[in-house]
Ligand binder design. Structure first.
Ligand SMILES: NC(=O)c1ccc[n+]([C@@H]2O[C@H](COP(=O)([O-])OP(=O)(O)OC[C@H]3O[C@@H](n4cnc5c(N)ncnc54)[C@H](OP(=O)(O)O)[C@@H]3O)[C@@H](O)[C@H]2O)c1
Length: 316
C-alpha cells in the first residue's frame, strides 16, 4: 500500500513516501481503506520523538491518529462493523502500532463509529482527537446555561469545538486567540474575543466558571484568580504541574484543575457528528493536503496551524 512513514524520529525531512505491507487487523480491529485523516499536534510530537515512551522504537512508523474511511476487513471478534461500512475514529499510534497516513490502517473497533452519510469524510476526520477532547470533558461537567466560559486557543483544532460546544450548553463564551483570528472566533459565535497579543485575560479582572485551555500552556496557579467560586480549569496538556494540581484540587479548595483528554467512545463520536449535521458545530477546514504533502501539513501546524483543522486526503 502507499504510505507516508518515518524511519527515524526527527523533523519533516524524515518523511518518506513509498510502498509498505498492509497491516493485518487484530481480532478486535478493522482494516480501513483510509479516505481522510486530520493532523493534530500529537502527530508532530510523535514524529519528533517527544512521545517515544508511548510510540516506541519500531520503524517504519506511520503517523495519523484521526481517520475516516471504509471497512475492508474485520478481525474475528469484531461485532459492530462489516465490510463496506463508512467509519471514522482514532487509530492507536502507540507501542509500535501504525496510523492513518497510508492507504489502509488497522484500527481498534472500540475507537470507531459509523460515519453518517450527511457528514463528509473530511469533516469526520476532524472530530476524533480535537472534537472529543472538547466534547467529552465539557459535557461531563456541570456546565449550565448562562455560565461564563473562556476558551484559550479558541481558533485552533480543539478550540473551535470547545467554543461551539460551550455555546450549545448555553454558556457566554469568551474566545482567546491572536488578532488575525478575531473575526473567525466571532463567526463561530464567541460573545467576546480577547487578542492575546494585546491583552492578558488573566489580568483584566474578569472571572469565569470554566477556563478551557485548549492551547495547553496555562498553569493553574495563574488561572485561579480568574475562576469563580467552584470554577474549573481544563488543560489539554498533561504537564506534571497540571496533573499535580488536578490531584490536589480534588482534595482541597473549591476550584478544580482537570485534564481534558480525548475519548474516542462511539457515543462521543456519533453525538458530535450529529451536532455537526444539525449545524450546531461548524467544522472549519483551513486547508486540505494530498497524502503526499503530509510534510507541508505538519509544517503548517507546527508553525501555528491556521483556522480550525488541517486535513490530509487519500480519496474524495
Ligand atoms: N490531551 C489530549 O488528549 C489532547 C487532545 C487534543 C489536543 N491536545 C493538545 O492541545 C494543544 C492544542 O491542540 P490543537 O489541535 O487545538 O492545536 P492548534 O490547532 O495548533 O491550535 C492552537 C491554538 O492556540 C492558539 N494560541 C497560540 N499561541 C497562543 C497563546 N500564546 N495564547 C493563547 N492561545 C494561543 C492559536 O491561536 P492563533 O492561531 O490565533 O495564534 C490556536 O487557536 C496541543 O498541545 C495538543 O497536543 C491534547
Amino acid at each position: 500500500m502507499k504510505a507516508v512513514y518515518i524511519l527515524n524520529y526527527g523533523g519533516v525531512e524524515q518523511f518518506k513516501i513509498g510502498e509498505l505491507p498492509i497491516s493485518k487487523p487484530a481480532k478486535n480491529e478493522v482494516l480501513i481503506e483510509v479516505y481522510a485523516s486530520s493532523v493534530n499536534p500529537v502527530d508532530f510530537k510523535i514524529r519528533s520523538g517527544m512521545a517515544k515512551f508511548l510510540s516506541g522504537n519500531k520503524f517504519p512508523k506511520i503517523l495519523g491518529t484521526d481517520i475516516s474511511g471504509v471497512v475492508v476487513e474485520t478481525g474475528r471478534e469484531v461485532a459492530k462493523f462489516k465490510v463496506g461500512d463508512a467509519v471514522f475514529g482514532a487509530a492507536s499510534v502507540v507501542f509500535g502500532r501504525n496510523g492513518g497516513n497510508a492507504e489502509f490502517a488497522a484500527v481498534p473497533e472500540k475507537n470507531l463509529s459509523v460515519k453518517p452519510e450527511d457528514l463528509s469524510f473530511e469533516e469526520a476526520a476532524c472530530i476524533p482527537v480535537a472534537g472529543t477532547t472538547a466534547y467529552h470533558n465539557l459535557r461531563n461537567t456541570n456546565i449550565q446555561s448562562g455560565d461564563k466560559v473562556l476558551v484559550n486557543g479558541a481558533s485552533g483544532g480543539v478550540g473551535i469545538f470547545a467554543l461551539q460546544i460551550a455555546i450549545i450548553f448555553g454558556a457566554e463564551v469568551t474566545a482567546v486567540c491572536s488578532a488575525k483570528n478575531i473575526d473567525f472566533a466571532k463567526s463561530l459565535g464567541a460573545d467576546k474575543v480577547v487578542d492575546y497579543t494585546h491583552e492578558n485575560f488573566l489580568k483584566n479582572g474578569m472571572k469565569y466558571n470554566f477556563v478551557f485551555d485548549a492551547y495547553g500552556k496555562l498553569a493553574f496557579q495563574d488561572v485561579i484568580n480568574s475562576l469563580e467560586e467552584n470554577g474549573v480549569m481544563f488543560s489539554t496538556l498533561p504537564t506534571p504541574g497540571i496533573l499535580f494540581q488536578s490531584l490536589k484540587t480534588k482534595l482541597f479548595g473549591s476550584k478544580r484543575a482537570l485534564m481534558a483528554n480525548a475519548n474516542y467512545s462511539a457515543n462521543n463520536l456519533s453525538e458530535i457528528a450529529e451536532l455537526v449535521i444539525q449545524g450546531k458545530i461548524k467544522i472549519h477546514i483551513d486547508k486540505v493536503f494530498p497524502l503526499e504533502k503530509l510534510a507541508d501539513a505538519h509544517m503548517q501546524l507546527e508553525q501555528g496551524g491556521g483556522k480550525g483543522k488541517l486535513v490530509v486526503v487519500n480519496k474524495n
